[in-house]
Design a protein around this ligand. Sequence first.
Ligand code: SAM
Length: 234
Amino acid sequence: MDDWIDYYDSTHTIYVSRLHRDLHFQAIARDIIGYISSPDAVVLDYACGEALSAARVAEACGQLILAEPAPGVRGRLIARFAPNTRIRVRSLDDLRKMPEHTIDLVVMNSVAQYMTKDELDSAFAVILRLLKPSGKLVLGDILQPDVGMFTDVLALLKFGARHGFLKDALIGLVSTALSDYRQLRTRIGLQRYGEAEIIAKLARAGFDAQRAHANIGHNPSRMTFIARPAFARG
Ligand SMILES: C[S@@+](CC[C@H](N)C(=O)[O-])C[C@H]1O[C@@H](n2cnc3c(N)ncnc32)[C@H](O)[C@@H]1O
């Protein structure tokens, strides 16, 4: 296994049970819907993963583009959402060929930590090109430099306790500790950014950004940012 894209393309244990996985995607969909400002908005979910609740997001907007780099995951997305005329599935390379200034909302949730700093800059450039001047990028689940793995473990256990899958969460944590995840987390690591650091990085990429009150999903120790194209100020 070379990198995090391979990991997400494999049969991984990041979701400790079917219930955990379903609740995760329901929570993400609910939070994405909260950022959609009009029923005809064009929405891009950048590195969407399995996106199991994408049909709900698609009901709340005009068109939903699901972009995913992992080929196996993308194949499942194409099969799952083929009947849904509001959903299009794309690779990250496809995004570079799409017409500019056509997207109202881009969501990139729980992805930046798996990218190198340069990869994240390239992704910001692609997104800035695609966004309408009035559009926005919601960058979610950013790991802070001073928050360690223990906080993630606690957040998962709390999520499990709240929704009745505490036992599965404990078993899942052990499997994850013994898995490729642990090896990759040690070998490649996860990128972390402080609040000011990511706002400055977004500014260099051409965005005006601010931190949102709450993170997307269930882990409150991670951060979400709302970024608008800086040229929108005129
Ligand atoms: C934790 S999942 C997040 C999926 C979804 N956005 C969510 O919130 O549930 C991480 C995603 O990042 C993608 N990914 C991993 N490494 C990446 C990289 N270097 N560049 C772009 N995407 C990457 C994976 O394919 C996977 O879809």
